[in-house]
Design a protein around this ligand. Structure first.
Ligand SMILES: Cc1cc2nc3c(=O)[nH]c(=O)nc-3n(C[C@H](O)[C@H](O)[C@H](O)COP(=O)(O)OP(=O)(O)OC[C@H]3O[C@@H](n4cnc5c(N)ncnc54)[C@H](O)[C@@H]3O)c2cc1C
Length: 457
């Protein structure tokens, strides 16, 4: 019997396993795919380095930095080029730079005068924090309808591939929601938070990092390093079908193979967790099924056009009201020099999400043609020598944290407590980014350590 069996070798499960092995525990990670890493993997082809999921992490991601330091690869991290500060939004068929300063804000054509005034008045608007608010209720109240439509809705497409009217403000944007609740204003709350964070980091002797980061060669370097350091503790190619409580432990099965642990940690997406717990914990499975997942297709492409034919920056997002099916496009080779061969450039375009499952379901040729037509219209140029290098389809890409999500997670945790020593990790619990996935791994590992080793661990 192992000390801990971890089901799922994405970054959440790998982080948890890493932390537990550092505490001297005997851990076994069981991963369905032939390679650990989950959504985080980088694939090379024809000298292009293509990310399957995330393309970067933020300087503010403290748990990610902690992990990189523990793995000894924090010094290898590369910052995105300064051009990453340029971000664009499509409105009326034209790309507008997202204003980053006062003058740019006053002069941008992205928003009308009424919308700018509404945004400027945010600090003085009524505090209306309600737990049942959708993201639409929240951002419309704070910023006004036009900014909610043309800035926050595309931002939500970029992070959640989600529908602003279905996501919960508290569940999906807890920091923003609490800024309003505690300070009466998102802007004032954010300023207070940043000031306090700077002060805390200074006291802890840590740097205040801004911007976007990756590793040379891509983010897959993080999960590859975790898998390398965990070595034989990671077993790939086994799909866990169920999990049951044993006297003094937990047992998981894949076909006729069995693994037993004194404790277990489940780090798989909610729909997969529901399958595993269906028979042993039906209430937990039912709660997991209430967390919707949306599909996303990622198209990695290049063309022969000169770089000047494309906008210079991080990428662009598309408000849903534009009538364009593209969610957004990133320009990875403009951010990190080693993503494309010299003289070439690499783009990554996202389709699908909560509001357009049909785009995800399109065959490769139709999706490629759609992508070509929508980019030619947005850039105002013909794409010459367009080549789609890779299409990655994530049928269950991103969890959608709805207004009911906090109650669902509470019900899930209660149901799971029936198997002593079972903890949960994954990006569906408190937030969908890498930072929250890594944090969930550390938190779950700490719960398991306390269970196995006591409060002093
Ligand atoms: C297209 C896309 C773009 C993204 N972009 C960003 C971004 O820019 N920034 C950001 O911060 N985050 C981004 N994310 C989110 C980020 O990738 C996730 O937060 C993170 O990778 C989730 O890690 P996880 O370990 O929770 O889940 P996963 O990565 O899903 O890992 C779960 C693992 O469990 C395994 N598994 C499932 N079922 C079983 C089973 N029955 N038995 C054994 N193993 C099983 C899976 O194979 C998988 O390896 C993006 C995600 C996607 C899909």
């Amino acid at each position: 019997m192992h000390d801990v069996v971890v089901v799922g070798g994405g970054i959440a499960g790998l982080t948890a396993a890493w932390d537990l092995t550092q505490a001297g525990l005997d851990v076994k990670v069981i991963e369905e795919s032939s390679q650990a890493g989950g959504n985080i993997s980088t694939v090379g082809a024809q000298d292009y380095r293509m990310e399957s999921g995330p393309h970067s992490f933020m300087g503010s991601a403290e748990n990610v930095w902690r992990l990189l330091e523990e793995l000894g690869i924090n010094e290898d991290v590369v910052a995105a080029a300064a051009v990453s500060n340029n971000r664009y939004i499509l409105r009326n068929g034209k790309l507008h730079a997202l204003p980053m300063g006062a003058w740019a804000f006053l002069t941008t054509g992205l928003l009308g005068c009424g919308a700018k005034l509404s945004l400027m008045c945010e600090p003085f608007k009524r505090n209306g924090a309600r737990e049942e608010d959708t993201a639409w209720d929240f951002f419309k109240r704070r910023f006004g309808e036009e900014a909610a439509t043309y800035i926050m809705s595309p931002f939500i497409s970029g992070v959640y591939a989600g529908d602003i009217r279905q996501l919960g403000a508290l569940a999906a944007f807890p920091k923003f929601w609490n800024f309003e609740k505690d300070s009466g204003s998102m802007i004032r709350g954010a300023m207070k938070y940043m000031k306090a964070k700077r002060r805390r980091l200074k006291a802890e002797g840590k740097p205040y990092r801004k911007g976007l980061f990756s590793l040379p060669g891509g983010l897959g370097g993080i999960t590859a390093k975790l898998a390398e350091r965990l070595g034989p503790a990671v077993e790939t190619g086994s799909l866990i079908e169920n999990m049951v409580a044993l006297p003094g432990g937990v047992e998981v099965r894949s076909g006729d193979r069995i693994w037993q642990g004194r404790a277990a940690l489940m780090a798989v997406p909610p729909n997969r967790g529901a399958e595993i717990l269906e028979n042993s914990l039906p209430a937990a499975a039912a709660a997991l099924r209430r967390i919707p997942m949306v599909p996303v297709a990622v198209l990695h492409w290049r063309c022969d056009n000169p770089a000047a034919d494309l906008p210079q920056g991080f990428g662009f997002l598309v408000p849903r009201v534009e009538g364009v099916r593209l969610l957004g496009t990133l320009f990875p080779s403009q951010l990190f020099g080693d993503r494309a061969p010299a003289g070439s450039h690499l783009q990554a375009s996202f389709y699908g999400g909560a509001l357009d499952r049909a785009a995800y379901d399109m065959d490769d040729a139709s999706l490629t043609e759609l992508m070509r037509a929508e980019h030619e219209a947005a850039f105002g140029v013909t794409l010459k020598g367009l080549q789609v290098l890779r299409i990655v389809r994530h049928p269950y890409a991103i969890p959608q944290l709805t207004p009911e999500h906090p109650a669902t997670v509470a019900a899930l945790r209660l149901a799971v407590s029936e198997i002593p020593g079972l903890s949960l990790a994954g990006n569906y619990l408190t937030g969908v980014g890498i930072e929250q996935a890594v944090e969930s791994g550390y938190v779950a590992a700490s719960e398991v350590r306390t269970y196995l080793l006591g409060a002093q661990s």
